[in-house]
Design a protein around this ligand. Sequence first.
Ligand code: G16
Ligand code: MG
Length: 223
Amino acid sequence: MIRAALFDLDGVIVDTAKYHYLAWRRLAAELGFVFTETDNERLKGVSRMRSLDLLLEAGGFPENSFTATQKEELAARKNAWYVEYISRMTPGEILPGVLPFLAGARADGVRTALGSASRNTGIILDRLEIGTLFDTVVDGTMVTRTKPDPEVFLRCAARLGGIPAGECVVFEDAEAGIEAARAAGMRSVGIGTPQRLKQADLVVPGFGGITWQEIKNQLSTKV
Ligand code: G16
Ligand code: MG
C-alpha cells in the first residue's frame, strides 16, 4: 500500500531547471566558455557546489583551478542571477496536471512531501503559492548529503510520522533523484523519458492527463 507521495521540486512541480541553466550558462560565459543544455543534464538534482564542479569540468578547468573562496564567490554569483529569475515566477508556471494530481493523492488519504536539493525552495513555494499542499518540506538547507544520497527522502518519510520506505513513492525528474529513491528503498516514478530514467519503476512524460489512481494501480501491479 502507498501512504506517502514525495515530490522533487525542480523539473517535477515547476521547470526551474531552465532558470538554473540560464544562470549557469551566464557564469560559463563570464568564464569564457559555452555551457550546453546537454552538459546541464548532469547538474539536475545535484547540489549547488557539486553543480559548480561539474560546470568547471565541462569548461575544461583542471581541478584546483580555483580556491574554495573563489568557488564560493562563483556559486554566489550564479545564485544571485537564479534568485532574480525565480523571484519573478507566478503560479501559472506550475507544470500542467500537477495541481489535480496532488489533489487526487490528498483526497485518497495519501500524505504528501516535497524533497528538494534546492536551498531556494522557500522562495519557489511562496511564488507558486503551493506551500500548503505539502504536509512537510525537506530542502537543501536541511540535509547534509544531497541526492543520490537517500537522506532527503528518508527525512521526508520520518517527518510524515515515520512512514516505512516501502510505502512511499518518489516523483523525480533527475537520475540522481531516482537513485536516491532506490537507495531509500522507495518506489520511484520518473518524470521524463524511459531512456534517461532507466532505473525508475515507472516513467511518465509529466502529470498532464494522468491521475493519482492510475499511477497507484500501475505501481501495485509491479510489486
Ligand atoms: C535542484 C536542482 C539542481 C540544483 C539544486 C540546488 O534540485 O535540480 O539543479 O543544483 O536544486 O539548488 P540551489 O542552488 O537553488 O540550492 P531538486 O532536488 O529540486 O531537483
Ligand atoms: Mg529535479
